[in-house]
Write a protein that binds this ligand. Structure first.
Ligand SMILES: [Zn+2]
Length: 686
């Protein structure tokens, strides 16, 4: 068994892990990221058909490359007919053009007939089942739609800056799909939120209501750092995305993630799970992710998860400022860049989605901002203390909860410092803070002391022993606090399809991530608290004039933060001004800005074309774009092929969102256009 996730230690038991986080020497050999080449512009299907077709004649190369376009739609295709055609020697002399054309046309028609048969049998529920996973190609290898989800524990979006995190900065100002911030779930602690990210459920609905809590129903205490307890399946409700994936024939691999080492039952676990290892260097994570991507299609995971504890660890140890955190941010940024460069080198940025998230932010603590628990409650009346930094109190059974609550309230009223915290009964916070009631209600303590952001609860005994309050940074405060905000930024074909050139999104809650991941892999999500359809719609694009009404850190005390110029302030701060942004970024950045403008123009044109294409499609003239996964199917609620029954010998189940009908129509239309093009060609050249 691994050593659990020794992060987020409770403050009453300040056995802060002594294990010093190692920052290894980062290998700088990686190719630096060129923003201008983030993604090659995609060519239309017809355009590629044209290009490839003319290549056949002009360069005398082997033809039929365009057939990949059609192959990608049918997982169980037969290669034989294509293979034979592929062996066909290119025509050497001009006089053979017509022969070539007829052979080509014949091949194409055979192909259409084959697909027609497959589709017909599939839709009529026949014995041949065609799976809905598109097969894509990076030019050398076949890929199923693939999504990488990377979590940076404790990474506040305000940490992104041009100086410390140039890669994340480039995504935030450029082609990264991102809201200014993502709203974490309460309580804003690691286990609760990581499990929310992969289930779409608020903690009260998935059961991991904190890192450490007592369950009055089972009389057991969940302790995230104790594997013998934390890995028992009964704690973990809902359906994590790796189970959703496994259920629908999509394989996943997890490189450390809270909850991933739990046994969810036969065929519901990830294909592979790496145990938690806090001190692992980040270059190893890059290697692991790329190693998975380099596998052959049959053994390659389509959903990859990776967890990075670095920033949370540094935040607890040093707070939200200082050279250690600054160095850590650059280290993590380079890790992310190395993964992205790995995708670029493999020509995969167009095929693989990469989603970078965090679970919560971080707030600094201080000896000046303490609340003494033993001044408020007689500790020998309390059997269990839950949460952190919010405190849930469970009195021993022999004490009446109401009486204990009244005693605390009496002391609270007499406390001159009582503006630093509030005291509540469970019923009072259920709607606002907990987010509802559920079968896991027994996991919420009856009395709560809730400190204001940046204030910490401790005891006189602890402070006498330790002199100073530690840790220097804490999270777990209300998710409405600016300091608790989390990060979301993504790239990849799914996002391009959904949002086009609307790169920035309105802020959303982290319960949305599960549906986003599912949609990116064409999975039907399990019931959850997120939106369906997902928040990725142009209707939720961030308006150009959007400004953040709250300014980091939004506290009633002074906070020194890690680097003065944060990207989110440059983009959406009150004092946002174009000259400032450019001044900060320097000349090189200005050039990039110009490039960006050009890109934008191009994108706009492309959008126009797309819009036109859409219109055409509605009129029955649309064509699929070569090399792009058919993400249009994500919008389909058509249950046409949702109920296709699987054969025992056939591979993964069909996805209800995928519409073969649309694909088929597109192929038919493309064929017609193609024939016209060819005829025109001959007319022109003969
Ligand atoms: Zn965390």
């Amino acid at each position: 068994m691994s050593s659990g996730f020794p992060v987020d230690v409770p403050v009453t038991d300040l056995d802060v892990d002594d294990e010093t986080f190692r920052i290894d020497d980062y290998d700088d050999d990686n190719v630096s990221l060129d923003l201008r080449n983030l993604r090659p512009s995609s060519e239309s299907f017809l355009g590629k058909v044209k290009t490839n077709f003319f290549k056949v004649f002009r360069q005398r190369q082997k033809g039929f490359e365009y057939l990949d376009t059609i192959e990608m739609f049918d997982r169980n295709r037969s290669d034989s007919s294509f293979a034979e055609l592929g062996e066909f020697e290119p025509v050497k002399r001009h006089s053979y053009k017509k022969l070539y054309f007829h052979l080509l046309l014949g091949g194409f028609l055979v192909l259409l007939l084959t697909i027609s048969l497959v589709v017909t049998r599939n839709r009529s529920g026949g014995s041949v089942r065609t799976t809905a996973k598109p097969i894509l190609s990076n030019g050398t290898h076949e890929f199923y739609p693939t999504t990488i989800l990377i979590s940076l524990d404790g990474f506040h979006p305000h940490y992104v800056s041009p100086a410390l995190t140039p890669f994340l900065h480039s995504l935030m100002i450029g082609k990264g799909y991102a809201p200014p911030y993502m709203i974490p779930s309460n309580p804003t602690v690691t286990f609760a939120n990581h499990y929310t990210l992969v289930t779409g459920l608020k903690p009260i609905y998935h059961g991991i209501v904190s890192n450490r809590f007592y369950d009055a129903a089972s009389h057991e205490t969940f302790i995230n750092t104790n594997d013998s307890v934390a890995l028992q399946p009964q704690w973990w409700g809902g359906e994590p995305v790796w189970s959703t994936a496994a259920r629908q024939g999509v394989s996943s691999a997890v490189h450390m993630w809270p909850g991933s080492e739990v046994d969810y039952g036969a065929d519901l676990n990830p294909m592979e799970v790496d145990q938690f290892n806090k001190s692992e260097v980040l270059s190893r994570k890059t290697e692991r992710i790329l190693e998975w991507l380099d596998r052959p299609l049959v053994s390659r995971p389509e959903l990859l998860l990776s967890y990075v504890p670095t920033i949370d660890t540094l935040g607890h140890e040093y707070g939200v400022s200082g050279p250690e955190l600054a160095q850590g941010l650059t280290y993590v940024d380079r890790f992310l860049e190395s993964v992205y460069v790995g995708l670029e080198k493999r020509n995969l940025t167009h095929l693989v989605n990469m989603i970078i998230v965090s679970d919560h932010g971080m707030a600094p603590t201080s000896d000046e901002r303490l609340i003494y628990l033993d001044d408020l409650v007689e500790l020998d009346k309390i059997e269990h203390l839950d949460g952190w930094p919010l405190y849930g109190l469970r009195p021993f059974a022999k004490f009446n909860v109401d009486e204990v609550f009244s005693e605390i309230m009496e002391k609270y009223r007499a406390d001159p410092q009582n503006s630093h915290y509030t005291v509540h009964k469970k019923e009072d916070i259920e709607t606002q803070l907990v987010g509802g009631t559920s079968q896991y209600d027994s996991r919420i303590a009856p009395i709560w002391i809730i400190p204001k952001i940046g204030y910490a609860i401790t005891t006189h005994k602890f402070m006498e022993k330790n002199k100073h309050y530690a840790p220097k940074g804490v999270h777990g405060y209300n998710n409405t606090e600016v300091l608790m905000r989390s990060l979301f930024v993504a790239t990849g074909p799914y996002f391009e399809h959904k949002m086009g050139s609307s790169y920035k999104l309105l802020p959303f809650e982290n319960t949305e991530v599960y549906n986003i991941v599912c949609e990116s892999l064409n999975l039907s999500p399990a019931p959850n608290n997120g939106s369906l359809p997902s928040v990725l719609s142009t209707g939720r694009a961030l308006p150009d004039m959007w400004r953040d009404s709250r300014k980091y850190p939004d506290t009633d005390f002074d906070v020194e933060w890690v680097y003065e110029t944060a990207t989110v302030d440059l983009l959406w701060g009150e004092s946002r001004a174009e000259p400032d942004l450019k001044e900060e970024e320097g000349e090189e950045e200005q050039e990039e800005e110009k490039e960006k403008e050009k890109e934008k123009e191009k994108e706009k044109e492309k959008e126009k074309e797309k819009e036109q294409g859409k219109g055409d499609k509605e009129e029955g003239k649309g064509k699929p774009a070569q090399g792009d996964p058919d993400y249009s199917s994500y919008d389909d609620s058509d249950a046409d092929d949702a109920d296709s029954v699987s054969d025992s010998d056939s591979a993964p189940t069909s996805k209800s969102h995928f519409s073969f009908h649309d694909v088929w129509e597109s192929v038919e239309e493309a064929a017609e256009d193609f024939i016209e093009e060819v005829e025109d060609f001959f007319d022109g050249s003969s």
